[in-house]
Design a protein around this ligand. Structure first.
Ligand code: SAM
Length: 247
């Protein structure tokens, strides 16, 4: 296995203990489709009824579960067996069933041209090289299909030290963006690199939504990206919407 994949897979085996059965079940039982740290209600997805969806880097697959409840037919892809085992238990408890496939999001063992929608919520979008996973997302989509993915905002990455959440100051150079090594290997490209990689993979960018925390946002458990007061002043997450062009 590619050393980078092996490294990130082992890291997620270590991190898996944060994603307890109870925490995963809590996420599976949330109402509606919600994005990111602060559970922002979805405002970008099209009608999902009967739509074929692939989630890349699904983790415990709570996002796919919400899509399934909304009528979609998701397939959840993740590199890590422990995360998928938690997802499998949630399926048994909730009765919400869809395929869970252990695979690299940069080489998905599914036929191309079948998906109406590809999504990634802090999954492949953060943990894979955009120059590798975006072409794979394009391959999976039907022409005209939609790609929607959520990542750390560029601003939060520039304001975050090596450990801990974003500060009110710029602590990195813009040139440091891109492939970054923390406990794992992550990708935090600049906006211009996202646009270049999306365009090269055959996508037309439709929107970039910069998500802030709602005024009444509760604190969150899993991520160090930004705390609530920071995220109420500045966007902590970037939500990209792009359409696969061509035939
Ligand atoms: C933060 S979780 C994202 C899932 C979920 N939406 C969430 O926010 O918890 C990141 C997931 O990406 C997965 N991942 C990392 N590299 C991957 C790769 N190359 N292919 C597929 N999944 C990958 C990890 O195993 C982990 O489950």
């Amino acid at each position: 296995m590619d050393p980078e994949l092996g490294h990130n897979r082992a890291l997620w085996t270590l991190l898996n203990h944060c994603y307890t059965a109870d925490a995963a079940m809590h996420m599976w039982q949330r109402d509606g489709i919600r994005w990111g740290l602060f559970g922002v209600p979805d405002f970008v997805l099209p009608s999902l009824d009967g739509r074929a969806v692939v989630e890349l880097g699904a983790g415990t697959a709570f996002f796919s579960a919400a899509l399934a409840r909304a009528g979609a037919q998701p397939i959840a892809i993740d590199l890590n067996e422990d995360q998928l085992a938690t997802a499998r238990n949630c399926q048994l408890e909730t009765g919400i069933r869809f395929p869970l496939i252990q695979a690299d999001a940069q080489a998905v063992p599914l036929a191309g041209g079948r998906a109406d929608l590809v999504v990634s919520e802090h999954g492949a979008s953060v943990w894979c090289d955009p120059w590798r996973w975006l072409p794979e997302a394009a391959r999976l989509l039907k022409p005209g299909g939609l790609l929607v993915f959520l990542v750390n905002s560029v601003l939060s990455t520039l304001c975050a030290p090596d450990t801990g959440p974003a500060t009110p100051h710029l602590v990195r150079a813009h040139g440091d963006l891109g492939r970054m090594t923390f406990d794992g290997i992550e990708y935090h490209p600049s906006h211009s690199e996202w646009i270049a990689a999306l365009t090269a993979a055959g996508f037309a960018v439709e929107a970039l939504h910069e998500l802030t925390a709602p005024a009444d946002a509760p604190d969150h458990e899993f991520y160090e990206i930004a705390d609530v007061p920071w995220a109420q002043r500045w966007p902590a997450e970037d939500l990209w919407v792009a359409r696969r062009v061509g035939s």
